[in-house]
Write a protein that binds this ligand. Structure first.
Ligand code: AMP
Length: 221
């Protein structure tokens, strides 16, 4: 079973993709990660991609489609994969359908993780990251607070706030996400493959719901 995760940043997409990967060996395919890795190569293409990522510009579709085609045809993806960061607009959703047709593959299920905006803002604005080991904390949620303010529980490193985790940047990111993603949600709703989960329920409950969806889809097919 293949999964597409649609979710605004901060809704827990990465967390659930990792949980699926650990438990079921699904391959987590993040276009952002693939592009960041490609950008490290010191050639013309690497430089172009780095420039686009740094400026938040969409990388051209043909590069994205090639990367996706390469990934999903690898043997380890035959059991199932999770797409994260793709498709990012309606054009890519349609392009992906074409690619699947060409490869004779099924779309699978599209999971839309929703989260109330107020909670999302607390998750993003309250996020603190360890400079040393990358561990993530949140100053607004008891269970994610560090024991000592500003200090990592694990390694004693200094905690910092990402530059883009501020109110203004966050509002822009959220607005852009909804503008671009809403048409994709409608597109998959019309196809009858969209499942929506409230991501604010707690990780265990959300993960169970994801598992239930995958199980019922497997039975249906
Ligand atoms: P992300 O890690 O998903 O936030 O992606 C980081 C950057 O990679 C984005 O700002 C884009 O420049 C590029 N990128 C990632 N996924 C895509 C995609 N599906 N289409 C075009 N550009 C993408």
């Amino acid at each position: 079973m293949n999964v597409i995760f649609l979710a605004v940043q901060g809704a827990g997409k990465g967390t659930f993709a990792k949980m699926l990967q650990d438990k079921y060996d699904y391959v987590h395919i993040s276009t952002g990660d693939i592009l960041r890795e490609r950008a490290l190569v010191d050639d013309e293409m690497g430089k172009k991609i780095k420039d686009m990522i740094d400026n938040g510009i969409f990388v051209p579709n043909d590069i994205i489609y090639d990367a996706i085609e390469y990934k999903i045809t690898q043997p380890e993806c035959q059991k199932g994969y999770i797409l994260d960061g793709f498709p990012r607009n309606l054009e890519q959703a349609k392009g992906y359908d074409e690619l699947l047709k060409k490869l004779g593959k099924e779309l699978g299920v599209v999971i839309n993780l929703t989260i109330p905006e107020k909670l999302l803002k607390k998750r993003i604005i309250g996020r603190r990251i360890c400079k040393n080991c990358g561990d993530i904390y949140n100053i607004y949620f008891e269970e994610f607070m560090p024991e000592v303010e500003g200090v990592c529980d694990k390694c004693g490193g200094e905690l910092y706030q990402r530059d883009d985790d501020n109110e203004e940047s966050m509002n822009t990111r959220i607005k852009t996400y909804y503008e671009v993603t809403e048409p994709i949600i409608d597109y998959y709703k019309e196809k009858g493959v969209l499942k929506t989960i409230d991501s604010s329920q707690g990780n265990d409950i959300v993960f169970k719901e994801i598992e239930n969806i995958l199980r019922s889809e497997d039975v249906d097919n």
